[in-house]
Design a protein around this ligand. Sequence first.
Ligand code: 5GP
Length: 209
Amino acid sequence: MADGLSAEVAAEAGVAPDDGAVPATGWYAGDIERVVVSEARLRERIEELAARVAADHPGQKLLLVGVLKGAFVFMADFARALGRHLQVEVEFMAISSYGQAVTSSGVVRILKDLDRDIAGQSVIVVEDIVDSGLTLSWLLRYLESRNAASVRVVALLRKPKAVTVDVPVHYVGFDIPNEFVVGYGLDYAERYREVPYVGVLKPAVYTRP
Ligand code: 5GP
């Protein structure tokens, strides 16, 4: 797993907060307190990530494994950006923690498994956000047990805790503050996934009945 890429590439994570004004469009506009990463920055950074991943895997065919549901928007944009450089195929997994939260052992339940054998394939895990890193660490062990030729990780967002845990995130979009964010695939109670930017909700949203 340790292939010498992570520290070097992770260090290049984008500087996150735009602190831009919240766009007035969308039913959700009134619920968002602050934009953390704007649509324009997302677009720009995803192109950069795709170019970097392509440069590290010249001429290879990559199997992108997206983690549902949160990664579905990032996956769609990242696959198209990467597809301009090399051949990609996509797979999705859905996993959930046992009970309310991922346990300290990082044991998770598979809700949807891979649809194919990944033995011998070059896999890129596409994650929306890494916080404690427990989900990712479990997933990496799982994919390695399925005998992938290589497994690397691209995460759009990374929270501060993830920097301190020993889980490799080879490509990082943005380091963001330790706040709960929504949008661009990320939800609060299954809402806000369609918001086209990453933002923080107004506190009042959490106290609504
Ligand atoms: P970890 O195992 O790294 O602690 O947690 C990763 C998962 O927790 C993510 O895939 C995501 O589902 C969820 N998560 C962590 N931080 C946030 C956040 O700020 N907003 C949302 N919507 N989900 C989060």
